[in-house]
Design a protein around this ligand. Structure first.
Ligand code: PHE
Length: 350
């Protein structure tokens, strides 16, 4: 037995490696799974108990020796050369293809919306995604029993079981259902003139389909000053529609209802796909709805300690997904959150 170990030791001592392959041969021969060393370890259980300790010590020493020798070859591996000679870089080789990343289409459109409105004096404001009832609903003039507060639409946070639950008992905190909550926060803390945009993620308890999701993105706008009128709102939105879609885009406002604006309207743009001729995107009407808007209800101003006799304002809110779908003719809302690289790759330009 001793002889076998001695023989291996002399083999280790005599081994000389200059290439990576030789180092690998050494590693396999002396330390690999099928090496002489592995055989010796496997034999351990057959050795008589009184000899086993000595045998074990010798085999261990052998292993350490092999490892030390392997470590001494480290320089060869680091040199990075198969032949042992130093490598030169071949500058004539074609460069490795480098695929530039792409911005997410929602980010592209959000940036564009912000850019358009910042040209007419709007700045960006931010607020929390988990909101209290006051900022998401009460301050915005939602009546106590308004359907939007109910479990159909809102994810409430907390309550008995904890966590996020549409059926929670504690209805104080919720995932914001719109970024109008940010407008309330700004109105509470600043003095007019106020001209802000509130972009952000919002949540609604809806079944996921090609046209609806339980979370999406909005940009809402708010302008409060002395003498702000509906005409200002309309002109600003017309400017936006032309910048966002095309210079020949037309808008129309239809009367609508929101608790926080009076009067309220929904805005359609002339269908940018069929140019008014009729297609399945505009359902053959020539018009597609893109946002809600209106004059801020005096109750909301008063709730936020702004003098509604002195000041008036307008507000509007749009879904970024909706604008993106129209702009890029995306037919399924789910594509925005699936991270399918084949979809995302198509938006490399901006
Ligand atoms: N907050 C509304 C929504 O989420 C949009 C809106 C904002 C409507 C401002 C009017 C004025 O649907």
């Amino acid at each position: 037995m001793d002889d076998r170990i001695k023989k291996i030791i002399s083999e280790i001592d005599g081994f000389n490696a200059v290439t990576k392959e030789q180092v690998e041969i050494f590693r396999m021969k002396f330390l690999g799974k099928k090496s002489a060393l592995a055989d010796l370890f496997a034999e351990m259980k057959n050795i008589q108990p009184e000899l086993r300790k000595d045998f074990g010590r010798m085999v261990n020493e052998l292993k350490i020796k092999a490892e030390e020798k392997l470590n001494s070859f480290a320089g060869i591996l680091e040199a990075g050369s198969d032949s042992g000679e130093s490598e030169t870089t071949d500058l004539s080789l074609p460069a490795e293809p480098h695929e530039p990343g792409a911005r997410h289409p929602i980010s592209i459109v959000r940036r564009r919306i912000i850019e358009i409105f910042s040209q007419v004096g709007f700045t960006v404001a931010d607020g929390p995604e988990i909101e209290d009832d006051w900022h998401n609903f009460s301050a915005l003039n939602f009546p106590e029993n308004h359907p939007a507060r109910d479990m159909q639409d809102t994810f409430f946070v907390g309550g008995k079981g904890g966590g996020i639950s549409p059926a929670s008992n504690s209805q104080d905190m919720a995932l914001r259902t719109h970024t109008s909550s940010v407008q309330v926060r700004i109105m509470e803390t600043s003095k007019p003139p106020i001209r802000i945009l509130a972009p952000g993620r919002v949540y609604r308890n809806e079944a996921i389909s090609a046209r609806a999701h339980c979370f999406f993105h909005q940009v809402e706008g708010l302008y409060i000053d002395e003498g702000v009128s509906f005409a200002d709102l309309k002109q600003t939105l017309l400017y936006f529609a032309k910048e966002m879609f095309s210079a020949d885009t037309k808008i129309r406002l239809r009367p609508s209802y929101f608790p926080f604006t009076e009067p309220s309207a929904e805005m359609d743009i002339s269908c940018n796909i069929c140019r008014g001729k009729g297609c399945n995107v505009c359902k053959y009407t020539g018009w597609v709805e893109i946002l809600g808007c209106g004059m801020v209800d005096p109750n909301v101003l008063e709730n936020c300690k702004i003098d509604s006799k002195k000041y008036s304002g307008y507000a509007f809110g749009m879904g970024i997904e909706r604008i993106t779908m129209l702009k890029y003719q995306v037919k399924d809302l789910r594509l925005f959150s699936e991270n399918d690289i084949r979809f995302l790759k198509q938006f490399v330009s901006s």
